[in-house]
Design a protein around this ligand. Structure first.
Ligand code: ZN
Length: 69
């Protein structure tokens, strides 16, 4: 595994403007604040919402104990 100085968002593929702390991490998968905010303001069922929800579910599935939101 190579060390990464800056995380890359799983959703938009961008490096967050404010670096490591500009977003959240679920089981090693990083999502930037911008996508988080887009998700919160996205309409439920919209393509962005579904895409991000799928990415989050995939990340959460890595954890055996489950959980969710
Ligand atoms: Zn993003």
């Amino acid at each position: 595994m190579k060390a990464e100085v800056y995380p890359v968002c799983r959703q938009c593929g961008e490096v967050p403007r404010c670096g490591l702390f500009d977003g959240f991490r679920i089981h090693g998968r990083f999502f930037c604040t911008e996508c988080q905010e887009r998700l919160l303001s996205a309409e439920i069922g919209s393509p962005f919402y579904l895409e991000m929800a799928a990415g989050l579910k995939e990340a959460l599935r890595q954890k055996r104990s489950g959980g969710g939101f």
